[in-house]
Design a protein around this ligand. Structure first.
Ligand code: CO8
Length: 371
């Protein structure tokens, strides 16, 4: 058995971003047009008038202030309300692979590695651009990596679940250098016309390099990983390959992200807190001895409650940093962005916990010690 180290991470964001104010102006324009176009039906009671959104509500309910997106114009066009993304030829690099490769190159540079030294690639995210060939194999090819590559999806916990598989492969010796990429293109499968969720997500890609410990002086030793799932319909997307055969409406609301946000909030907080506590106990550690929690970034209130359950008091921003104010919810990438941006100040020997939670339900954690 070998030890596994995280030796590099990378974050790639699209250039375009949308503030809450910009988002709400476009949404409310759409609502005004919809209500005017359906005035008779609304008056007759056969249609319900849409309600406007509010930037104040968004920030208060979620902590989100802005999000990065692959295409701003399409999302903010009240006659369209979803990104405009040009199709690419089969011999061109796919958009999602492009995001993944950009993040991967940053992680490789940070670790001082070249793509040719990677011997496994996991493309782990909430939605893959196509069924096959696997996105991971295209990314492996673009980076000049060897070994094998495959796609996996556990929604918001995709990155932490991949981290367990990468760690186990390195520990067992079946791979020496595993690249995990999380190209989260959330904007194409978000319903930007639904005020309950139109503000939640942003696009980004993250990458993590996990290597065999050969005595490197830099890096984060993976002390342990822990995964758990529990079925729930409260976060769901019915888009899939059976849609055509089902003869339903391929553009129906259930073919995009939808959730019972309040139920998710209430049910997932205790699950995540108990999961982290149990994981730490299995390693003879306690929350009080953890220097930093890099939590999933869905809602600032959820993270505050999880911190309070773990520590018995409010966690400080230093102990549980927030990145969702700038990135919004980026599905599996959120806790990895937090780890990427908020680890440089920790000292050798410090322990931190990455933890994701979301659809499934799924929870994944990794306990790390700084080299
Ligand atoms: N503007 C103004 N008012 C609003 C708006 C809005 N935009 N939206 C809702 N309201 C109103 C509601 O209608 C409601 O009004 P009323 O009281 O009259 O009924 C009131 O505000 C309160 O609404 P909620 O109860 O819904 O508000 P909450 O305080 O619960 O906040 C949140 C809503 C922010 C969604 C919150 O519940 C939350 O963050 N929950 C947790 C969600 C979560 O963690 N989900 C995980 C999903 S991510 C995941 O698993 C990965 C999926 C894969 C990625 C998909 C990419 C697209």
């Amino acid at each position: 058995m070998f030890d596994a180290l995280i030796t590099g991470t990378g974050v790639h964001s699209p250039a375009e971003r949308i503030t809450n104010d910009e988002l709400v102006v476009a949404f409310n324009d759409y609502v005004a047009r919809y209500n005017a176009a359906n005035a008779d039906a609304i008056a007759a009671g056969t249609r319900t008038a849409l309600q406007p959104s509010s930037a104040e509500f968004i920030e208060k309910a979620s902590g989100i202030r802005q999000r990065f997106v692959a295409d701003k114009d399409g999302v903010l066009d009240p006659a369209r309300m979803f990104p405009r993304i040009a199709a690419r030829a089969d011999d061109a690099l796919s958009l999602q692979a492009e995001y993944a490769v950009a993040a991967a190159r940053l992680a490789l540079t940070q670790a001082g590695r070249d793509g040719s030294e990677v011997d496994a690639v996991l493309c782990a995210c909430s939605a893959h651009q196509r069924m096959y060939p696997a996105m991971a194999v295209e990314i492996q090819h673009a980076l000049g990596a060897g070994g094998h590559a495959f796609d996996m999806n556990v929604a918001c916990s995709s990155a932490t679940f991949a981290l367990e598989y990468a760690t186990n492969a390195v520990r067992a010796g079946s791979a020496r250098c595993v690249l995990i990429v999380n190209p989260e293109l959330t904007s194409p499968h978000l319903e930007w016309r639904d005020r309950d969720c139109h503000f939640i997500f942003g696009d980004v890609a993250t990458a993590i390099l996990v290597e065999r410990d050969t005595g490197q002086t830099q890096g984060w030793q993976v002390l342990g990983t822990k995964l758990a799932t529990q079925f729930s319909n409260n976060i769901r997307n019915n888009f899939g390959f059976l849609n055509r055969s089902e003869d339903g409406d391929p553009a129906a609301r259930d073919k995009l992200f939808r959730q019972e946000g309040r139920k998710v909030f209430k049910e997932v907080v205790p699950i995540a807190a108990a999961h982290i506590e149990g994981h730490l106990a299995s390693l003879d550690l306690q929350a009080a001895s953890v220097r930093r929690f890099w939590l999933h970034q869905a809602n600032i209130g959820m993270n505050q409650l999880i911190g309070k359950r773990l520590l018995g008091r409010d966690a400080t921003m230093d102990e549980s940093p927030v990145i969702l104010d700038r990135y919004a919810n980026t599905a599996s990438a959120g806790s990895i962005i937090a780890f990427h941006e908020h680890r440089g100040d920790l000292a050798s020997g410090d322990v931190g916990v990455i933890c994701s939670f979301g659809a499934g339900y799924s929870v994944g954690s990794a306990v790390l010690r700084k080299r």
